[in-house]
Design a protein around this ligand. Structure first.
Ligand code: ZN
Length: 503
């Protein structure tokens, strides 16, 4: 629970006054602008120093030079934002961080690159799992997977030929408090649009959404999903709103070795360079799907501008996991915890592009999204969440340091990993086979050199810490399970995407 103390109130006052100054003077160079200074003061949590710095700044600016302004505290603290901003959260399935923006050797995301350059760009964000359901559940309620207890999602109680039948379903338990639930309690109108068969009512993902669309664009591309988003925005009855949209575009269409990524119509010639080897060619297919999505997003943001929805809007771009392209002899996702699977993009665009162009290199994770948004909005976080606010990472304050956790327990796997943002060491434990790996991410992002034998003491300490942590998290877990009927059609769709079966 966030507690508002004196420095919060002071920060509100400073930020509010700084905004007035920003707007009034239309400063072109925002570096060191009053609002940012105020934010830095806030993050320092040093009230007296803040007042001194602020007074110096205002006096130094001196209005038009004739009448130095002296700050006087307002009778009551204004909110950080005069009007609560709406929030657009776009999550993109299977989007690897290094296929986006500055890390890509192909121009697969020109629009997202532009957006990132005017936003806060977290270059080292990690997902909590290497497949959709646990990863997205963690993101939506800011808890690590062992507290949620969803390991396998839907699993058919059968072997062999695909056919409809009874399936065991792990639900997202109602006891968890989701981001849309909190926002709805604060007066936000909440809309969710899913295109993934994992993120459905059947598994409880609709929790907190007043409108939840899952049928219209299931497994469809960005065109369908964004048409639906436009329709919802035209009909939205009140502001502020929280709109979550999940895109399925970069996901493979058919599992296999290699899996297939069908080229969207009109994109056949893009990235089709001569002499691509097989793996490069598959990645070009993948990038074409990403580019298709990127182009649709550009049009969607134009629509937001036309409807004057872009001004007081926070935008989050995130992803549930990445994809493997034979780097470690595997295709697809869910089967390991490599960086190719866990390193995902995270872009946060604030109203008026505040702090635009900020790059955060510190390791962060998807469970930090919810507390960050709530911190920005001055909304108390629910008890029991494990993510932390990232606001100090761009305002220069003291950010809370804690280990980043990820896992996959898909299809009987039991792999867990810890990333230490301080040392950049990543520990991977296969709790079935007993295999232990440790990589120094600062110099070995491709995870080529397993340092487990030369860092045996650190591995043992990390393992002990991990097991204690898992046990504590499982002790707090809120779980719910049930059975459900899958139609033949549903079963076949899930099977073709690798979501059912014995792999
Ligand atoms: Zn996914």
């Amino acid at each position: 629970m966030m507690v508002r103390d004196g420095s919060d109130l002071l920060r509100d006052f400073l930020v509010s006054n700084a905004r007035t100054m920003d707007d009034g003077r239309q400063m072109k160079n925002r570096r060191g602008a009053p609002r940012e200074l105020a934010e830095r003061c806030f993050s320092s949590r040093s009230g007296a120093r803040c007042v001194a710095i602020w007074a110096l700044f205002v006096v130094g600016c001196g209005g038009d030079g004739s009448e130095p302004a002296v700050p006087t505290p307002p009778p009551a603290p204004p909110p950080a934002y005069a009007e609560p901003p709406s929030i657009l959260m776009l999550t993109i399935d299977t989007l690897r961080a290094d296929h986006l923006g500055v890390d890509s050797d192909r121009d697969s995301t020109p629009f997202l690159n532009e957006l990132a350059s005017r936003s806060i760009d977290f270059r080292r964000c990690f997902a909590q799992s290497s497949w959709t359901l646990p990863s997205m559940l963690s993101l939506i309620c800011a808890k690590n997977p062992p507290e949620i207890g969803v390991k396998d999602g839907i699993s058919l109680e059968r072997h062999g030929k695909v056919e409809g039948g009874t399936s065991k379903v792990e639900y997202f338990a109602e006891g968890h408090v989701t981001l849309p639930e909190v926002l709805q309690d604060q007066g936000y109108y909440t809309v969710g649009i899913s295109s993934s068969p994992h993120l459905t009512r059947r598994q409880g993902f609709h929790q907190g959404f007043q409108v939840f669309e899952e049928e219209s664009c299931m497994l469809s591309n960005a065109e369908c999903v964004l048409d639906l988003a436009r329709k919802e925005l035209r009909e939205i009855p009140s502001q502020p709103f929280f709109l979550w949209v999940h895109f399925f575009d970069p996901h493979f269409d058919q599992k296999g070795s290699p899996p297939t990524y069908a080229t969207p119509r009109g994109y056949e010639r893009l990235f089709s360079e001569p002499d691509l080897d097989m793996v490069e060619s598959v990645q070009a297919d993948y990038d074409r799907k990403i580019r298709f999505l990127d182009d649709r997003l550009r049009g969607f943001f134009r629509f937001l501008g036309d409807r004057e929805l872009r001004g007081n809007l926070i935008v989050v771009i995130a992803a549930d996991h990445g994809e493997e392209f034979l780097e470690k002899q595997r295709w697809g996702h869910a089967k390991a915890l490599t960086n190719t699977l866990l390193h995902v993009p995270l872009i946060l665009r604030l109203p008026d592009h505040a702090y635009g162009g900020t790059v955060v290199d510190r390791a962060v994770s998807n469970i930090d999204v919810m507390p960050t948004l709530l911190d920005l909005l001055d909304i108390p976080v629910p008890s029991g969440i494990e993510g932390v606010s990232l606001v100090p990472t761009w305002t220069g304050g003291d950010s809370e340091s804690r280990l980043i956790y990820s896992e996959t327990q898909r299809r009987g796997l039991n792999m867990r990993c810890l990333i230490d943002p301080e040392t950049n060491l990543k520990f991977v434990f296969d709790l079935h086979s007993g295999t232990k790996e440790v990589y120094d991410l600062a110099r070995d992002g491709l995870e080529l050199e397993n340092l487990a034998s030369e860092r045996a003491d650190e591995v043992a300490a990390a393992e002990e810490r991990l097991l204690r942590w898992i046990s504590a998290m499982e002790g707090r877990a809120i779980r719910q399970e049930g059975v459900s009927e899958l139609s033949e059609e549903e079963a076949q769709a899930l099977e073709s995407l690798g979501y059912l079966g014995d792999e």
